[in-house]
Design a protein around this ligand. Structure first.
Ligand SMILES: Nc1ncnc2c1ncn2[C@@H]1O[C@H](COP(=O)(O)OP(=O)(O)O)[C@@H](O)[C@H]1O
Ligand SMILES: *[C@@H]1O[C@H](CO)[C@@H](O)[C@H](O)[C@H]1NC(C)=O
Ligand SMILES: *[C@@H]1O[C@H](CO)[C@@H](O)[C@H](O)[C@H]1NC(C)=O
Ligand SMILES: *[C@@H]1O[C@H](CO)[C@@H](O)[C@H](O)[C@H]1NC(C)=O
Ligand SMILES: *[C@@H]1O[C@H](CO)[C@@H](O)[C@H](O)[C@H]1NC(C)=O
Ligand SMILES: *[C@@H]1O[C@H](CO)[C@@H](O)[C@H](O)[C@H]1NC(C)=O
Ligand SMILES: *[C@@H]1O[C@H](CO)[C@@H](O)[C@H](O)[C@H]1NC(C)=O
Ligand SMILES: *[C@@H]1O[C@H](CO)[C@@H](O)[C@H](O)[C@H]1NC(C)=O
Ligand SMILES: *[C@@H]1O[C@H](CO)[C@@H](O)[C@H](O)[C@H]1NC(C)=O
Length: 885
């Protein structure tokens, strides 16, 4: 047994050198190179199994001819693939297989610590294995550009291990995701080319201070975005291609980039003033700026620089030279906000009074009087340049994210703070002086609001007026009630109140309700009745919520439906009862079948309730903008144009009363209510203003809704009927486009409907694209839409005198509605008019009182116009020539 063991030893010892040799030969690279050779077709020239691999053309080995150090198959006209075994080439420093037709999955290079150069570009590789560049601590150059069949991949964050990286080329290589913020790890990186991928997000902050010279990020499919300020810190840059992306904000000051010779910025969303330092960069030779929204003076590059500027930027002039001082000031203001795109798109040209967004001017259109930047989502700081707007009366900055102080200004009207907006007012001038601060109001950080006008909707009025008859079929129009003599509390006249539901009539007072009867006769309704009919103001009865309270649906015992608007206490503000009564007295005079009727009111302690006729189909706004949520059909064009005519008639009536003219001041789709047959009535007379004939009245505070405010009204507070015409024009635009007057969800350049749509109107070809997609008009419909579009443009003319009056709108819309029912005479009961009412009597009385036959026309449903307003003489809008055929 012992001898047996003894015999084994010498044998193994003799075998050892042989085994070592075997192991060594397995460790050389011949097997891998052989696999590589068989993976390629045709065999690369100079490669043959009959010669040692170290003798193959363009294959380098180490000094022992054991290990491959370099493989160079650049442009070798080979196809096939690279075998995964390639990662066993432990000494490989260079793999160059570019410009072939290699395909399939790439080998993983993981842990090939010797690898310094990898050239894979211009092949057809399809797949990248996980971690394929992990652990390449000596990688200097990696190039995978122009592999268009690659599946999507991302720049791996583990690349940070490759701290020697100098060149990373991966253009047109299906890269997605963001550029990872890993560039502090590459102190030697000089060349980064990532063009023609689908990179998104912004430039990584770690670009700052990098040594990158050659930066190609152009033509990302979806577009890189955000600001490019970091370029200012990349002082080694020589060639920068950022074109065809979605970069935004201003061009930074690149004066430290003294080697920059090529700067491609075209086709982005850059805004702001081109920094003058760019024009003096010593080596700059090539610049493109076109198709951005750059602002300020037209850039003046020296002739040695080849520059393309294009025509779609927003420079104030189209030749070099300073901008108008007011324009310069506003550019400073915009600059402090980081040059928002919304302003860059609208603030074009050299006249700040030429329809600039958020800007209003005096009536001569010269000096800026209002800067209204409330709720714009701006961030940045408040520019001291505001102080240079010497005619500024209103500055609205509420609900943004701004820092800084408001500079002292010479002229400043601080508007009363009322209404729906939760804002803080920072009083200017006088108040400041009293505090002794003298020069500035301090605002720490955030929301600043000076001078608020909108939203005010003082709702002054608790317009309750009395009633109009309610028959089974619904509501009726009448006008006789306005002249009814006062009635004792709780009793109702035989004539005028015949149609008031008895339930309402019989209730006169309640525990907490005060009773008021005004001249003109009004119905007070007890809170008990209102509680009863609304199921104690049950949630399930809520019709909607407005700025001043909740509106409930109610049903009287006889089935008549009503809408009860319940004002939260405190809403009334300081408005006294007398004013309230006076307004009710006025409102009782405006009755029309296209005006929503007030049936009565209730005062219950601090609470005030208004009872309206119920409009079963809700608001025009719901049907235009939320029809999907309400699971109804989108409105047809026929319905829309009919609604437009109804509204025009209602407003025309308001405007054209013989003695006085009433101005609605808050016309908008949420104030247009619809009946079951989709006929419209104008509602919400809370802001109705009684305007002396032919005169205008100047309001101390504005009221209304942004998006619908006529420019002269916002700027000067001057109210004429043309304010309603303007708002009506905006409503027409909404009807045509299905888009809201102000739509925060749209890109900035489209968010303000009037600005955008008036631009659309300049070229009729654009109109079709802007039409509400649910309309899909045939030729006849399109012609009708086109005419309404033209009217909308006309109504929103900048100058009030250029706008038509409502009679003109009725004249334009009337035939368009007629077109849909050529022969059938209008059915009277379509309006829910109860023909058994004492209407003729009422009309007689009305005519005697008001002496207007217009009224009669309306109530007798005649389509004849009693007055045919001609086009205003000053009308010189582009739109008048629009060809609608
Ligand atoms: N007469 C009515 N018939 C049916 N619904 C109504 C009536 N009045 C108001 N509503 C509904 O209640 C909502 C709020 O009304 P309102 O207080 O007038 O709003 P706002 O304050 O915005 O003018 C409306 O958007 C509408 O949906
Ligand atoms: C391979 O190359 C070496 C050195 O260049 C040379 O000595 C040897 O003869 C070559 N072998 C063959 C088979 O060509
Ligand atoms: C690469 O090296 C790391 C660390 O040594 C190791 O964890 C990993 O498994 C290696 N990967 C491969 C594919 O060898
Ligand atoms: C580009 O990337 C975005 C976001 O990563 C993606 O939604 C989009 O589908 C990609 N587009 C293409 C063409 O790959
Ligand atoms: C530029 O560098 C400075 C100094 O390092 C730094 O404070 C600043 O934030 C950098 N700017 C950008 C845009 O990266
Ligand atoms: C400028 O760009 C054009 C077009 O890309 C190119 O032909 C030209 O060589 C460039 N000039 C310089 C100096 O880079
Ligand atoms: C407009 O501004 C100029 C210069 O600031 C001033 O001279 C002029 O009086 C202003 N005009 C009006 C109407 O305020
Ligand atoms: C106001 O305008 C003057 C003259 O145009 C200019 O010198 C000054 O810097 C401006 N002030 C501010 C705060 O921009
Ligand atoms: C406001 O701006 C500050 C600093 O610019 C930022 O940190 C903050 O998130 C912003 N807040 C909002 C609500 O946008």
């Amino acid at each position: 047994m012992a001898t047996h063991t003894h015999h084994h030893h010498p044998f193994l010892l003799r075998l050892l050198p042989f085994l070592t040799l075997l192991l060594l030969s397995a460790a050389d690279d011949s097997a891998v190179m052989s696999t590589l050779l068989s993976s390629l077709s045709p065999a690369p020239s100079g490669w043959s199994r009959s010669t040692p691999f170290c003798n193959w053309t363009n294959v380098n080995c180490d000094s022992t001819s054991t290990y491959v150090t370099a493989i160079n198959l650049n442009s070798a006209a080979v196809s096939g693939s690279l075998p995964p075994e390639l990662n066993q080439l432990s000494q490989l420093k260079t793999l160059a297989v570019q410009k072939n037709s290699l395909s399939g999955t790439l080998p993983s290079f993981e842990n090939m610590t010797s690898l310094e150069q990898i050239y894979l570009d211009e092949n057809d590789f399809t797949t990248i294995p996980n971690n394929f560049l992990l652990g390449l601590t000596n990688l200097v150059t990696f190039s995978i550009s122009e592999n268009i069949n690659l599946g999507p991949w991302q720049i791996p964050a583990y690349l940070t291990e490759s701290t020697n990286l100098v060149t990373f080329y991966a253009s047109n290589a299906s890269i997605t995701g963001v550029i990872p913020d890993i560039f502090v790890s590459f102190p030697n990186l000089q060349n980064l080319r990532l063009s023609y991928n689908n990179l998104t997000g912004s430039l990584p902050g770690s670009f700052s201070g990098s040594e990158i010279q050659n930066l190609w990020l152009n033509n990302q499919r979806q577009g890189l975005s955000g600001r490019i300020d970091v370029l200012a810190n990349m002082t080694q840059l020589s060639q920068v291609w950022l074109h065809a992306n979605s970069f935004s904000g201003g061009i930074p000051d690149l004066s430290r980039c003294t080697n920059l010779f090529d700067l491609q910025l075209r086709d982005n969303r850059f805004t702001g003033v081109v920094p003058p330092s760019l024009m003096t960069l010593p080596k700059l030779a090539n610049v493109t700026l076109q198709n951005n929204k750059l602002q300020g003076p037209f850039p003046d590059f020296p002739s040695r620089i080849q520059v393309t500027i294009g025509t779609t930027n927003s420079f104030c002039l189209d030749t070099p030279g300073p901008c108008d001082p007011q324009v310069s000031t506003l550019l400073d203001v915009a600059g402090a906000l980081g040059y928002p795109m919304s302003l860059a798109e609208s603030w074009q040209g050299n006249n700040a009074c030429n329809d600039w967004r958020l800007i209003n001017c005096d009536s001569q259109g010269r000096n800026v009087t209002v800067v209204n930047m409330g709720r714009q989502g701006f961030s940045g700081s408040i520019s001291p340049a505001f102080a240079n707007l010497t005619s500024l009366r209103n500055l609205v900055l509420n609900d943004n994210n701004l820092t800084g102080v408001i500079p002292k200004m010479k002229v400043m009207v601080v508007e009363e703070l009322v209404g729906r907006e939760q804002v803080r007012a920072i009083p200017m001038e006088g108040h400041l002086d009293r505090r002794g601060s003298g020069s500035v109001a301090m605002i720490a950080g955030v929301v600043v609001a000076v001078s608020v006008f909108i939203g005010v909707v003082l709702f002054v009025s608790y317009k309750c007026y009395d009633k109009r008859r309610h028959k089974r079929s619904g509501r009726v129009e009448g006008s006789e009630l306005g002249k009814e003599p006062a009635k004792p509390n709780g009793t109702n006249g035989v004539n005028g109140y015949a149609g008031v539901p008895s339930e309402l009539q019989s209730q006169s007072s309640g525990d907490h309700s005060e009773m008021h009867v005004f001249e003109g006769g009004n119905v007070t309704i007890s809170i008990q009745v209102l509680r009863q009919v609304t199921n104690n103001f049950g949630e399930e009865n809520i019709l909607g919520r407005g700025g001043f309270g909740v509106v409930y649906k109610g049903e009287l015992h006889d089935g008549t439906k009503i809408a009860v608007k319940r004002m939260e206490s405190g809403v009334m503000g300081t408005k006294g009862l007398n004013e309230f009564q006076a307004e009710i007295a006025v409102l009782t005079k405006v009755r029309h079948r296209h005006l929503v009727a007030l049936l009565g009111y209730c005062i219950n302690g601090n609470e005030r309730l208004l009872v309206y006729e119920y409009m079963p189909q809700g608001t025009l706004g719901q049907h235009l903008f939320e029809w999907e949520e309400h699971c109804c059909q989108p409105l047809t064009w026929k319905q829309r144009v009919t609604i437009a005519l109804d509204v025009a008639r209602g407003v025309e009536y308001l405007h054209s009363l013989a003695q006085q003219s009433f101005i609605h001041r808050d016309l908008k789709p949420t104030n247009i209510l619809l009946s079951d047959d989709m006929r419209a009535k104008v509602a919400d007379f809370g802001l109705v203003k009684n305007a002396p004939d032919g005169k205008y009245s100047v309001e101390t505070r504005l009221a209304g809704t942004f998006g619908y405010l006529a420019p002269e009204y916002a700027a000067t507070g001057r109210v004429t009927t043309k304010v309603d015409v303007y708002a009506f024009g905006v409503v027409l635009m909404e009807i045509i486009t299905g888009r809201k007057a102000l739509d925060e969800t749209m890109p900035d350049e489209r968010s303000h409907l009037v600005t955008w749509f008036r631009r659309v109107l300049i070229n009729k070809d654009n109109l079709r694209k802007s039409i509400d997609p649910t309309l899909d008009p045939d030729d006849e419909t399109y012609e009708s839409i086109c005419k309404v579009a033209e009217l909308a443009g006309h109504c929103t003319a900048r100058e009030p005198f250029q706008r038509p009056d409502m009679g003109h709108a009725v004249n334009v819309l009337g035939p368009l509605v007629e077109q849909w029912k050529p022969s059938k005479p209008e059915e009277e009961d379509a309006y829910g008019i109860d023909l058994h009412m004492s209407l003729p009597q009422a009309l007689q009385r009305w005519q005697a009182d008001e002496g207007t036959s217009r009224m009669f026309d309306d109530l007798s449903f005649s389509h004849t116009q009693s007055s045919i307003p001609s086009k205003p003489s000053g009308f010189a809008d582009t739109f008048s020539s629009m060809d609608c055929r």
